[in-house]
Structure formats: structure tokens, C-alpha cells
Design a protein around this ligand. Structure first.
Ligand code: PEP
Length: 255
């Protein structure tokens, strides 16, 4: 089956940048990003910078995403942000990032509620999955990743499934400077992620869903990941805070 999956490069800014700083960073990135075609470009600043960034990218082909959300649409949930609120600004939302799982105790069941709420509100979820170092060394990566996908996507309608993006992010590679090898990431996507999607949905969905790699991607190593046919782009943390590095990563996807 031959499919065309448009590469997606997403910048996850994490807990960085005030809205003033965000404005400056995006202004610096804009000329370079705008000139790159054929790649979907996505910025995920903190909640407080969404409005400022959305104004700047309004007439461009750059998309906006949030880094998290709650599953309820409104109500007495002090401090939370709902999918309805995000849908005013964003096309995407990152869900189940390992930092949320580890530092904030997010469970697969909560992640499932978030994925379904995002879809119900026309947001595209970027579902993050990945094994810890311990799980990797114990040979459990495939089982962990498959379980995370199954639990997160329970109850998702097949009609909505190709709105989902999966980010394969080995936990031990995030922010450490150590990446998975491009061929190991390719193999895990081919042998675990797409077959899991195939069994949950069907072969068409398994082939259409975009799967990103994340974990210490930078301007120097990005090209090697994008040469792998199963890797449809990257979720970039640290390097997305530097305009030149982020543009270079998007250029590598184009090449
Ligand atoms: C991430 O935040 O999803 C990530 C992959 O971070 P980094 O690129 O810094 O490893």
C-alpha cells in the first residue's frame, strides 16, 4: 500500500517563554519557516503565549498546538484548560507527554479521556508514547508502547482515527542528548506502532497515521531520522527554542 504522509515538525516549548519572549522567538523564526513548503510546521508554546503566537502566525501555513489540556469542556475545575478553550487558537494538542506521566502522574486512562475530548472538539491529538530506560533494557519497549497506544485510543471511532498523530519518544532520550538510533525507531514504528493501529482500527489507518520520533532531535541528527520511511517528522523539545536550530530541522525534513 503506498501512502503519502505529510511530514510534521512540532516544537514543544515546555515551560519556557513568556508571551513577550514567545513573540520575539516566532518573529525570528517566521521568515525561515514560511519559505519551507511541503512540511507541516507546528509550534506548541505554553498556554499563556498561545494568543500572542496565534496573532503572529495568522496568515501563514504554521499551525499552533497546546502542550496539555483537561478533558472536561467547562465547570468547577480550578486551574484547568479545556479543549473548547484551546480550539479557539489551536489545531493540535500534545497529550500524554512523558513529563506529564512522570511529574504529574497522568495515567493511560486519563490520557484516553483527553484524547477523546480533543477529538470531540476538533483538535488533533499528538499522543506521546515511549518506554523508560529500565523498560528498554528489560526488552519491554514493544509491550509498553503497544499498551500505551491501546489504552489511550480505547473508544476512538475509526472515522476519527486518522486525525491522530503518534509521537514515539523513548523517555530516556528526552532532553538527555542521547537519541534512539534512527533504525531502532523505524523498526519499533514498523513492528509495533503500525500493527497496533492496524489491530485497533484497520490497515488504512495504520498506514495513514503520522508517527513522529522525539528525543534529543537537533539540527545535526534530524536528517538521519527523516531518512527512515516510517518516521514522519519529529516532536522537538530543546532545539525548538532556538530559531536557527528549529528552521534547520524543518529544512532537514524537506530534504
Ligand atoms: C520533547 O519534549 O518531547 C522532547 C523530545 O524534548 P527534547 O527534544 O529536548 O529531547
Amino acid at each position: 500500500m503506498s501512502v503519502v504522509r505529510v511530514p510534521l515538525i512540532a516544537g514543544n516549548w515546555k515551560l519556557n517563554k513568556t508571551s513577550t519572549e514567545a513573540y520575539k522567538l516566532v518573529a525570528e523564526m517566521l521568515p525561515g519557516l514560511r519559505s519551507i513548503k511541503g512540511i507541516e510546521k507546528l509550534l506548541c508554546p505554553p498556554f499563556t503565549a498561545l494568543m500572542a503566537v496565534s496573532r503572529l502566525i495568522k496568515d501563514t501555513d504554521i499551525h499552533l498546538g497546546a502542550q496539555n489540556m483537561y478533558w472536561e469542556e467547562k465547570g468547577a475545575y480550578t486551574g484547568e484548560i479545556s479543549p473548547v478553550m484551546l480550539a479557539e487558537y489551536c489545531q493540535y494538542v500534545i497529550i500524554g507527554h512523558s513529563e506529564r506521566r512522570v511529574y504529574f502522574g497522568e495515567t493511560d486512562q486519563q490520557i484516553n479521556q483527553k484524547v477523546r475530548a480533543a477529538i470531540a472538539n476538533q483538535l488533533k491529538p499528538i499522543l506521546c508514547v515511549g518506554e523508560t530506560l529500565e523498560e528498554n533494557e528489560a526488552g519491554r519497549a514493544a509491550g509498553v508502547v503497544s499498551r500505551q497506544i491501546r489504552e489511550a485510543l480505547q473508544g476512538v471511532d475509526i472515522m476519527d482515527a486518522d486525525r491522530i498523530v503518534i509521537a514515539y519518544e523513548p523517555v530516556w532520550a528526552i532532553g538527555t542528548g542521547h537519541t534512539a538510533t534512527p533504525s531502532a525507531a523505524h523498526t519499533l514504528i514498523q513492528n509495533v506502532i503500525r500493527p497496533t493501529l492496524g489491530s485497533l482500527f484497520d490497515q488504512r489507518i495504520a498506514q495513514n497515521v503520522r508517527v513522529l520520533y522525539g528525543g534529543s532531535v537537533d539540527a545535526g541528527n534530524a536528517g538521519k531520522f527523516f531518512q527512515q520511511s516510517e518516521i514522519d517528522g519529529a516532536l522537538v523539545g530543546g532545539a525548538s527554542l532556538n530559531a536557527h536550530a528549529f528552521i534547520a530541522i524543518v529544512e532537514a525534513a524537506q530534504a
